[in-house]
Design a protein around this ligand. Structure first.
Ligand SMILES: C[S@@+](CC[C@H](N)C(=O)[O-])C[C@H]1O[C@@H](n2cnc3c(N)ncnc32)[C@H](O)[C@@H]1O
Length: 249
């Protein structure tokens, strides 16, 4: 049996009771740590809390040769953990299909996701979001055009855009630098982005939410990772009031 378990947003306490029970019952526990991370804890703290050894998996282990750990699930209970929800903005539906093809029973225990947390923290209505995009660090002088194309398309449709910020082993993209990258790309296309909304450490006791122009956000200290950005569409009056009340718009 392979159980996909979402750990939620910040630390080991965010797992659901169902998720915790499954982890404690599992013969093997793997944590995928490249699509998102719990920055409020460590592997050691998770192991202590779960009472299990937690083995980490990188992108190549999961997407390149998952058979190695999937084989274990053919005759034992394997828990596959991710930060957030395992099936939101990940490619793990592929893994579940591969497992099913190998005759392995599977199940999903959902976790709190950054996608819903952003709505709660910013007041931006979930049904007003268009396609989301990921913003990677530029590679030398190369930077992808896709994020700003997605934003432009969503703005034309009057939809909000959620911008996931790059996570690398040694560094995390922060809101002010993300705004800087997007401003450069937008200027090249002649696109003007009037307002940004930045969020840091959703799920922690002290999440940071700030809204304003690129210039406003450049001055904000968002603190420790993880960070995420929203480019809002035209604001509904309730969304505006919420951002004025909770994000200093
Ligand atoms: C590719 S998405 C994966 C989403 C995850 N599966 C979920 O359901 O939450 C990961 C990105 O979301 C953002 N993110 C995730 N957790 C966050 C948090 N607690 N606070 C702020 N941003 C977060 C970061 O930009 C990160 O690079």
């Amino acid at each position: 049996m392979l159980t996909f378990i979402g750990l939620g947003l910040f630390d080991e306490n965010d797992v659901s009771v169902k998720g915790l029970e499954q982890i404690r019952r599992a013969d093997y526990v793997f944590l995928e740590c490249y699509t998102s991370v719990l920055t409020g804890t460590t592997i050691e703290r998770m192991e202590e809390f779960f009472g299990k050894e937690v083995k980490t998996l990188g992108r190549d282990d999961v997407e390149g040769h998952p058979e190695d750990f999937l084989r274990l699930a053919q005759d034992s209970d394997v828990a596959f953990l991710t930060a957030g929800d395992p099936m939101v903005s990940t490619t793990h539906i592929d893994l579940r299909i591969r497992a099913a093809d190998m005759g392995i029973r599977t199940a999903v225990v959902h976790g709190a996701s950054i996608v819903s947390a952003v709505c709660g923290l910013t007041g931006l209505q979930n049904y007003r979001f268009g396609k989301s995009c990921s913003l990677p660090f530029p590679y030398g002088k190369w930077a992808p055009k896709t994020p700003v194309e997605v934003i432009e398309h969503n703005m034309a449709e009057n939809l909000h855009t959620l911008v996931y910020l790059d996570i690398q082993p040694e560094r995390y993209m922060r809101v002010p630098e993300a705004v800087g990258f997007l401003e450069e790309m937008a200027a090249e296309r002649g696109l003007s982005i009037p307002v940004y909304v930045g969020v840091a450490r959703a799920g922690s006791a002290e999440p940071m939410v700030a809204a304003g122009t690129a210039g406003d956000l450049a001055k904000v200290d968002f603190g420790d990772p993880l960070h995420i950005l929203v480019v809002p569409a035209e604001l509904h009056h309730m969304e505006r009031e919420y951002l004025e009340t909770f994000a200093g718009l």
